[in-house]
Design a protein around this ligand. Structure first.
Ligand SMILES: Cc1cc2nc3c(=O)[nH]c(=O)nc-3n(C[C@H](O)[C@H](O)[C@H](O)COP(=O)(O)OP(=O)(O)OC[C@H]3O[C@@H](n4cnc5c(N)ncnc54)[C@H](O)[C@@H]3O)c2cc1C
Length: 378
């Protein structure tokens, strides 16, 4: 950590100690209802925004304060180290925001400040019932019509879809068989006529994701992100942040969770060994994510190595949650207290971390073929 970052973190910690009242909702684990949980984080987001912390590392041209993504990452980690959950919606802002800044700066200038302040929630509409790993085969269509497009189709698994006002939507503008070359990214207002959003429950009991149905939805031409036909490039750029930078936020939260287990280690059978292994895994993830965040901050285009971050993120999430499950056995399943509820939800969430953002089996194939040069399987 550079001296500058240490100074930044120290002044953030001082500021945080003077604004604790705004962060009360981040002390306990999020409410089961996602819409309510997101609403609860608005006072904290507003305070972080008004204090300038969330504007760090975003360009001044889109309402940021300039500086580096590394600074924002350090502040998020300090927030987590102080015992607060990083507001969930920031994951979407970090991931989609980076794409907007690069491919649609005019939209970013309007929407990024609103999302950072908690006034707007965003989601990603890429996956479909028959297009997940094979995203290039998606079927939602957007047909040119006057100065805009008419979009029709179905998206699913959109995280926070039912809480969101705007969706980064990947749709086919090319021929049926145009594959990944015929895709375009759009910025869709989910309040447009023809949009229906239906929440989808996850194993945790939380409806974290949603199905989005589009029935002749008009999207103005000014809402194209990047170029017509350039959707694949935009989504691949975004994935670097989904697979890499997001891992930084998660390692910070996992470390805070593991420290709470460590506090009770004396009373838990086999805790030293199990917690030690989980701690090592988080630190491997932390090292990878730190390197990735600093490379992203320098504008380096990441290659297939980003799949390694994604694999380590998923396996670490599961190791940490399994560790808690074993050590708290059978409390994690049976108890009603806040800690058990938190770990129960964390455990259910950890099962999906090897699926969202690209399934782990596909990431392993990418590592085998593109990093290690192994021959393709059948
Ligand atoms: C909680 C959650 C949140 C999500 N959030 C979003 C979101 O916000 N926006 C969005 O657009 N999507 C989102 N997704 C969707 C996610 O990106 C897809 O689920 C994921 O890409 C896998 O696609 P699929 O579900 O269609 O499974 P499939 O692609 O059908 O895969 C099924 C199984 O087959 C394996 N498989 C498939 N192809 C290969 C291959 N080539 N080689 C080896 N194995 C293979 C997979 O690894 C997997 O085990 C989310 C998913 C979840 C679970």
């Amino acid at each position: 950590v550079s001296e500058d970052l240490e100074t930044l973190v120290a002044s953030f910690e001082k500021w945080l100690s003077q604004h604790r009242a705004d962060f009360a909702a981040l002390e306990s684990h999020p409410a089961v209802d996602v819409v309510a949980a997101i609403a609860n984080t608005v006072p904290a987001l507003r305070a972080l925004y008004d204090g300038g912390w969330l504007r760090l590392g975003w360009p001044e041209s889109v309402g940021g304060l300039g500086g580096s993504l590394v600074q924002r990452a350090a502040v998020m980690e300090a927030l987590s180290a102080a015992g607060y959950a990083v507001p969930e919606v920031l994951s979407a802002v970090e991931i989609v925001g980076a794409m907007l800044v690069r491919y649609a700066p005019a939209l970013a200038a309007i929407h990024l400040p609103a999302a950072l302040r908690g006034d707007e929630v965003w989601c990603q509409g890429f996956s479909e019932p028959d297009a997940g790993s094979d995203l290039g085969s998606l079927r939602t269509r957007a047909v040119a019509d006057g100065d805009g497009f008419i979009a029709t189709g179905q998206k699913m698994w959109s995280t926070f879809g039912h809480a969101a006002r705007y969706c980064a939507l990947l749709a086919r503008t090319g021929d049926r068989d145009s594959g990944h070359r015929g895709l375009t990214m759009f910025w869709v207002d989910l309040r447009s006529p023809g949009v229906t959003v239906i929440p989808m429950a996850c194993a945790s009991g939380r409806s974290e994701t949603a199905e989005i149905f589009l029935d002749d939805v008009r999207v103005p031409g000014t809402r194209v992100i990047g170029t017509v036909g350039g959707g694949w490039e935009a989504v691949m750029y975004l994935m670097q942040f989904e697979r890499g930078a997001f891992a930084w936020m998660r390692q910070a939260d996992m470390l805070t969770d593991l420290r709470s287990l460590l506090g009770r280690a004396d009373a838990l059978d086999g805790a030293a060994d199990a917690i030690g292994k989980a701690y090592l895994s988080i630190f491997a993830l932390r090292s990878l994510a730190a390197r990735t965040v600093s490379r992203l901050a320098q504008g380096v285009a990441l290659g297939p190595e980003i799949s390694v971050d994604k694999i380590v993120l998923g396996t670490t999430e599961q190791l940490v949650a399994d560790t808690a499950r074993e050590l708290l056995w059978p409390g994690l399943e049976l108890d009603d207290d806040t800690e058990a509820g938190h770990w129960r939800e964390a455990w259910a969430f950890s099962r999906i971390t090897t699926i969202y953002g690209g399934a782990i089996e596909v990431q392993r194939d990418l590592v085998a073929e593109r990093l290690l040069g192994l021959p393709r399987g059948r």
